[in-house]
Design a binder for this molecule. Structure first.
Ligand SMILES: NC(=O)c1ccc[n+]([C@@H]2O[C@H](COP(=O)([O-])OP(=O)(O)OC[C@H]3O[C@@H](n4cnc5c(N)ncnc54)[C@H](O)[C@@H]3O)[C@@H](O)[C@H]2O)c1
Ligand SMILES: [Zn+2]
Length: 376
């Protein structure tokens, strides 16, 4: 297959290209603008990408119609990864996030609708953020989907969502794809828009589509420069600098941390299997881990000295819990997460230590949020 990977020089794209190139059966073209927020002002391309035989790298912006049209020429499939990914940043760079994520996706489909092309498949990197808060169980009401926690609730440190019907305590359960989407950030809204655009246009144009909703992805190659995403990157820099690790809320909020190799496995299955067409699939490890627990694991992986510190601070729009129900992707695509959190964290820490030590951007990013009254 000839495969175009937009955003292919990023974290997931690099890992995907290296894996697809392994057997040399595919020809890969990467289309990426080397965004300075991810790659630094003077970008350095991973030498493994430069050394690959079957990979063509084109520098371009997905919002540039002519550039994207040229990049699609001769391709059979698109893995659409290019995006702005900072949840909090999206709350004040609203038009920009809409342009790069939603509008550029609309334009990609517009090109496919109006020009001759050979694309037969599109795989979209969507996100669990489209759910907002995850699924819960209420003893009286069964499966429930609480809405976002209110500012008043967070102010009084009532961290846990309650049953939307009876107001009683609820417990977290895996979130299925059928959960009602409830994006709580502009970033999430743009990812949800991408899903609808691709699903609807793909159907009408007769192009197979597969939508993958990733949980929190980590692993070698994740951006260490971007202070707006990737809790493990942000914390790893602070551990290396001997700085404190501030943990929001009471530290028991949880995420589903999934290794990038498992994400690559899911993308390859979605790309190559007919059964994926028309489908929307969760991709995660399928298990929740609290933020405090992951921070402690990370400190251990680095033999760090400074322990995480629960601050009781919070950000508006953050969810409490969400982890993936993997029933669908396991049944239809035979997906199985393979990398355990312990081995994944060790690999991540040793990769981080091989990288230059970045500046810490967390304090600046948090100051920005405080100024905008999005964090307390
Ligand atoms: N990493 C995660 O935890 C996670 C979770 C859910 C969904 N996703 C989605 O997966 C995709 C890839 O994420 P990632 O973690 O590899 O991010 P990343 O930031 O490492 O990579 C994104 C790449 O896209 C490029 N890019 C940004 N804007 C562009 C533009 N206008 N034109 C062309 N290229 C552009 C960047 O230069 C970068 O190389 C994104 O769509 C993201 O929303 C990621
Ligand atoms: Zn109830």
């Amino acid at each position: 297959m000839n495969i175009l990977i937009t955003g292919g020089l990023g974290f997931i794209g690099t890992n995907l290209a290296l894996s697809l190139n392994n057997g040399k059966q595919h020809k890969i073209r990467i289309f990426d603008n080397l965004s300075p927020q991810i790659h630094g002002v003077i970008p350095v391309i991973d030498h493994r990408m430069m050394d690959m035989g079957n990979v063509e790298i084109v520098r371009g912006d997905v919002s540039d119609r002519n550039g994207l049209t040229a990049a699609l020429d001769g391709m059979d499939a698109v893995v659409h990864l290019a995006a702005e990914t900072g949840t909090a940043q999206s709350m004040y760079q609203i038009a920009h996030y809409n342009n790069i994520n939603s509008q550029a996706t609309a334009q990609l489909l517009d090109i496919l609708a109006n020009t001759l092309h050979s694309i037969k498949k599109i795989v979209l990197a969507s996100s669990r953020s489209i759910y907002g808060e995850g699924a819960y169980n209420c003893k009286a009401h069964g499966l429930v989907y609480p809405g976002a926690r209110s500012a008043t609730q967070l102010k009084s440190h009532q961290w846990n969502p309650v049953c939307p019907h009876c107001g009683n305590a609820i417990s977290t359960v895996p979130t299925p794809e059928l959960a009602r989407p409830s994006p709580a950030s502009i970033y999430a809204a743009t990812k949800y828009a991408q899903e609808d655009l691709i699903r609807i246009a793909g159907d009408s144009l007769g192009i197979g589509t597969a939508i993958l909703r990733f949980q929190n992805v980590y692993g070698a190659g994740q951006s260490l420069n971007n202070p707006y995403t990737g809790i493990l990157s942000i914390f790893s820099t602070r551990i290396r600098r001997g700085m404190s690790l501030p943990i929001f809320e009471d530290g028991l909020e949880s995420r589903d941390f999934v290794h990038v190799k498992d994400i690559v496995q899911a993308i390859e299955l979605a790309l190559l299997m007919e059964e994926a067409n028309g489908g929307t699939f969760n991709v995660g490890a399928g298990e929740p881990t609290s933020v405090l627990e992951i921070a402690n694991m990370l400190v251990d992986a680095f033999d760090g000295k400074v322990r995480p510190e629960v601050t009781g601070q919070y950000r508006l729009g953050d969810i409490r819990h969400c982890y993936a129900d993997l029933t669908q992707i396991k049944a239809k695509l035979k997906f199985e997460p393979k990398i355990s959190l312990t081995s994944g964290m060790e690999e991540f820490a040793s990769w981080v230590l091989s990288q230059p030590l970045p500046e810490d951007g967390l304090d600046k990013a948090n100051a920005e949020l405080k100024k905008r009254k999005m964090m307390s």
